[in-house]
Unconditional design. Structure first.
Length: 342
């Protein structure tokens, strides 16, 4: 009886948020070019559609049936196959969470700081991008334990070669302005140096003498958050968040979603876990043709995989071949249509 009561006391409603854009939509493309005027990316390869979004929803239904609500954030377009009347699905358009003067935006950095404004969003939610896939059954405890997000707080040095170096540097500048590193670590020392991190602990140990936060290891994975964290950061840094929200295309002054993750670290609002069940892959034709990507998807070694479009696949012929390889791999583990598909 006590065990049952404890399980009920520990259970929380968990929502998923997924950000999506269809870079092939002619209306979107027209608006993109209208507002870019040379300031945005030179092409829309970054936004191209891999035609595998339905596997993300199939995985939600098969591997995480406990999710309360899925909030689908879109510029306005929707996949033709999507069952918009599904009781677990909430369609969120950019105008639902961003002020009108900020629109349109073609920058995930502008959208992510505002996701806590989604109507009806649970306090506990997991943020997905459309290149993040669940490939095996997961329990709610993989994302939240004792009401707190699960994560691995591992210190790192900032590398500008990551592609998001400017954003992370801006995040760190904010953190170092608000928090003292030694004080923050003393409050939750066991979370900063937890055995679950394994050999990654060495990173934090080597960086311990530095008086300021120098960075964290960022695993590109479905990220659990507390809505209250977003509200707190907005209270403390309203101007910089408003500035990023109005950033139509990415620029060096932006912050990104990692700011809220780091804030949870420093406040101790997380439960330490190992992240060895996740895998990050930058797609290229050699790895696709060798079968490596297929094996990662189908071998059941990892529970979550990021298939990042590194833009090395340039030609239309290669892109079509790559899409076919990935779709055939997912068909082996997720062959049945979900109730999210019409």
């Amino acid at each position: 009886m006590l065990k049952i009561l404890k399980e009920k006391a520990d259970s929380v409603d968990i929502d998923f948020i997924i950000l999506w854009v269809d870079g092939t939509d002619p209306d979107w493309v027209e608006e993109y070019h209208k507002f870019s005027s040379g300031s945005g990316p030179k092409n829309t390869v970054f936004y191209r559609d891999w035609d595998n979004l339905h596997y993300i929803f199939r995985a939600f239904e098969k591997f995480t049936p406990w999710v309360r609500q899925i909030h689908f954030v879109t510029w306005g377009h929707l996949p033709k196959w999507l069952n918009v009347d599904h009781p677990k699905l909430n369609i969120v358009r950019h105008e639902d969470i961003l002020d009108g003067e900020c629109l349109p935006v073609f920058n995930s950095n502008a959208i992510e700081p505002n996701i806590h404004r989604i109507q009806g969003l649970s306090e506990h939610f997991v943020l997905f991008n459309d290149d993040l896939f669940i490939t095996a059954a997961l329990s709610p405890e993989r994302f939240f334990q004792n009401g707190l997000p699960t994560d691995a707080c591992i210190m790192n040095t900032l590398s500008s070669s990551s592609g998001v170096g400017h954003f992370v540097l801006n995040n760190l500048e904010i953190l170092n302005r608000h928090f003292d590193k030694k004080t923050a670590m003393k409050k939750n020392l066991s979370k900063w140096f937890h055995i679950a991190y394994g050999k990654e602990l060495l990173r934090s140990l080597f960086l311990l003498p530095w008086p300021r936060f120098t960075g964290f290891v960022d695993h590109h994975q479905p990220q659990p958050f507390l809505k209250s964290t977003f509200k707190e950061v907005w209270e403390k840094e309203k101007e910089i968040l408003k500035q990023t929200s109005a950033s139509r295309f990415r620029n060096c002054n932006d912050i990104n979603q990692y700011l809220f993750r780091y804030w949870q670290f420093i406040k101790g609002s997380f439960v330490p876990i190992s992240l060895k069940d996740t895998q990050y892959v930058t797609l290229d034709m050699d790895e696709l043709r060798s079968g490596k990507v297929t094996r990662l998807i189908t071998a059941n070694k990892y529970s979550m995989i990021c298939l990042n479009d590194g833009e090395s696949i340039r030609t239309e012929e290669e892109f079509e071949e790559a899409k076919t390889i990935i779709k055939e791999a997912f068909e082996t583990i997720l062959p049945e249509k979900s109730s999210f598909e019409v």
